[in-house]
Design a protein around this ligand. Structure first.
Ligand SMILES: Nc1ncnc2c1ncn2[C@@H]1O[C@H](COP(=O)(O)OP(=O)(O)O)[C@@H](O)[C@H]1O
Ligand SMILES: C[C@@](O)(CCOP(=O)(O)OP(=O)(O)O)CC(=O)O
Length: 465
C-alpha cells in the first residue's frame, strides 16, 4: 500500500455546553485550523492471520505503542472479542480502543481478513499543548511545523482542543482504509464517525456527548447528539460493532460556517478546569432543582438557537447582498465595547438593516448571562467572576469584538471571541491588549478551518517520519 495521510480538526464548542449532553438540544461547534494528523502505510504480514500494528507519536517521549492483532476464531464481532495484545509501550486507551473497534467491525462483517502489518505516525499541530520548552521541527518541504516535547503525552499540559477526539478520528480513518476499504469506493464518512464515537466512548469508559468527535469528522457544525443507548449496547456486548456502526444514527451534523469576516480568536487561560466535575455539579443541580433548571435550560437553548440562526442568516446575507454585508461588517469592525454599547444610537432603520448581526450579538450576551445564572445556581464555576472580567476587558480592548464566551464546559480553560475584521485582514489579527490582560491569557495561533476529516499530501511530513 502507498503512504497516505489524513488530518482532522480540533474544536471549540461555542454554544451548547451541558445542553449538548441531551439529544433534545442543538449545539454549535467550530472546527479549528489546529489539526491532528496521521501518516500510514501497510505491508503484507508474514503470518496472514496476524497483524502487527505500530503507532508512533514522535512529538512525545515514549510515543510508541505496538499491538499484535490476531484472527483465528469465528466470533470476532463484539467490541472486546478480537485478540489484541499490546507488545510494546505504555498504555494508551485511545489507540487500543480504535484497534479493537475496527478489528471487531471487520471480524463481524467479514469484509477483509487481517494479515497486514501497519505503521501509523501521529502528529499534532502546536496549539494543542503549551509550548514550554518544546523544540520545533519543520517538514522538508517547509509546509508543516510541529513541536517536540520532552515529556510523555500524558504529562504535557493541554489547551483543550480535543486531542483524543482528533486522534481517534484519524486513526479510525487510517485503519478503516486498510482493513475495510474495498476497491476504489470511499468509506462513508458516517461509518468513520460511528466507529470513532464508539472507540472514543469505549476508551473513556463513558458515553460523552460526542461533539468533539463529530467536529473532528464533519468540521464546523450544528450538532445534536446520538442516542447514548446505541453505544451502550455495543459496550456491554448486547450488539456487535458492525450492527451498530452500520445503522442510521439519527443525529444532527449540519454544516454551519462562521460567516465571512467573522474571525474566531481563542485564548488559553493560565489555570484549567475539570470538565467531569463541572458536568457532575450541573447535572446534580438539574436533577435536584428541575423547575429552576428547566427555566435556565430553556433560555439558554433559545440563545444557542439564536446564535446558530444568526450565523446562518449572516452567511445567507453575504450570498444575497454582499454590498450590504460589507457595509455592515465595515461598521462593526471599527467598534469596541460592543458588549455594552452596541445598541446605542441605532434607529429602527439601522436595526432592520443589521438585524442578523444584532441577533448574533444579543445571542452571545444572552448565552453569557444564562451561563452566569447556571454558575450561581449550580455552584459549577462555568463563567466565574474572573472570566467575566476578562471577557469584558477583551471585548473592550479588541476592535470589532462582537462578543466572547467561555467555550465548552467553561471554567478556567479558555476564552473564545468572535471578531469582525476589516475586509483586507487575512493574516493573524493584531490584538492591542493591555499588559494586565496579556499576562492572563495567551492567544492561540489558530482560526476556524471548517473542514473536517480530510486526506493530506504525504510530502508535508517528509523529513519527520
Ligand atoms: N498525539 C498523540 N499521540 C498519542 N496519543 C495521543 C495524542 N494525542 C492525544 N492522545 C491520547 O489522548 C489522551 C488525551 O485525551 P484527553 O485527556 O481526553 O484529552 P483531550 O481533552 O485533549 O481529548 C492522551 O493521554 C493520549 O492517550
Ligand atoms: C460540558 C460539555 O457539554 C462540554 C465540554 O466541552 P469542553 O470543550 O470543555 O470539553 P473537554 O475538551 O472534554 O474538556 C460536556 C460534553 O459535552 O461532553
Amino acid at each position: 500500500m502507498v503512504l497516505q495521510a489524513f488530518s482532522a480538526p480540533g474544536k471549540a464548542l461555542l454554544a451548547g455546553g451541558y445542553l449538548v449532553l441531551d439529544p433534545e438540544y442543538n449545539s454549535y461547534v467550530t472546527a479549528l485550523s489546529s489539526r491532528m494528523h496521521c501518516v500510514f502505510d501497510s505491508h503484507p504480514s508474514e503470518n496472514e492471520l496476524k497483524s502487527i500494528v505500530s503507532i508512533l507519536s514522535p512529538q512525545f517521549a515514549y510515543g510508541k505503542w505496538v499491538y499484535e492483532v490476531g484472527s483465528n476464531s469465528d466470533s470476532k464481532d463484539r467490541i472486546d472479542s478480537v485478540d489484541v495484545h499490546q507488545i510494546e509501550g505504555p498504555s494508551n486507551p485511545f489507540v487500543e480502543s480504535v484497534i479493537r473497534v475496527i478489528t471487531a467491525y471487520v471480524g463481524g462483517s467479514d469484509i477483509q481478513k487481517f494479515g497486514d502489518d501497519i505503521l501509523i505516525t501521529i502528529f499534532l499541530d502546536p496549539e494543542y499543548h503549551t509550548r514550554d520548552g518544546a523544540q520545533a521541527q519543520t517538514s522538508s518541504n517547509g509546509k508543516r511545523q510541529f513541536l517536540y516535547h520532552q515529556e510523555d503525552i500524558t504529562s504535557v499540559p493541554k489547551t483543550g482542543l480535543g486531542s483524543s477526539a482528533g486522534l481517534v478520528t484519524v486513526l479510525t480513518a487510517a485503519l478503516a482504509q486498510i482493513y475495510i476499504k474495498k476497491s476504489d469506493i470511499d468509506i462513508p464518512l458516517d461509518l468513520i464517525h460511528n466507529l470513532a464515537q464508539i472507540a472514543h466512548c469505549y476508551a473513556q469508559g463513558k458515553i460523552g456527548s460526542g461533539f468533539d468527535v463529530a467536529a473532528a469528522v464533519y468540521g464546523s457544525i450544528k450538532y445534536r447528539r446520538f442516542d447514548p443507548e446505541l453505544i451502550a449496547d455495543v459496550i456491554d456486548g448486547a450488539k456487535s460493532v458492525a450492527e451498530t456502526a452500520n445503522r442510521e444514527w439519527n443525529f444532527g451534523h449540519q454544516v454551519v460556517l462562521l460567516p465571512p469576516r467573522v474571525r474566531l480568536v481563542m485564548g488559553d487561560i493560565k489555570g484549567g478546569s475539570n470538565t467531569p466535575k463541572l458536568v457532575s455539579l450541573v447535572l446534580n443541580w438539574k436533577n435536584s432543582k428541575p423547575s429552576e433548571s428547566d427555566v435556565v435550560y430553556e433560555k439558554l437553548n433559545n440563545a444557542n438557537e439564536l446564535l446558530i440562526a444568526s450565523l446562518q442568516a449572516l452567511n445567507a446575507l453575504h450570498e444575497e447582498n454582499p454590498e450590504l454585508y460589507d457595509e455592515m461588517m465595515d461598521y462593526f469592525s471599527q467598534l469596541t465595547q460592543l458588549q455594552t454599547h452596541w445598541y446605542l444610537g441605532f434607529n429602527d432603520n439601522l436595526k432592520e438593516r443589521y438585524l442578523a448581526m444584532l441577533g448574533l450579538i444579543s445571542a452571545i450576551r444572552s448565552i453569557r448571562s444564562q451561563m452566569r445564572t447556571m454558575t450561581r445556581l449550580s455552584a459549577a464555576s462555568i463563567e466565574p467572576i474572573p472570566q467575566t472580567f476578562l471577557l469584558n476587558q477583551l471585548a473592550a480592548q479588541v476592535p470589532g469584538c462582537i462578543g466572547g464566551v467561555v467555550p465548552g464546559a467553561g471554567g478556567y480553560d479558555a476564552v473564545a471571541l468572535l471578531v469582525v475584521t476589516s475586509k483586507e485582514a487575512s493574516g493573524p489579527l493584531a490584538l492591542p491588549l493591555e499588559p494586565e490582560v496579556e499576562h492572563r491569557v495567551s492567544m492561540l495561533q489558530l482560526r476556524e478551518e471548517a473542514q473536517g476529516l480530510k486526506p493530506e499530501d504525504v510530502k508535508n511530513y517528509t523529513g519527520l517520519l
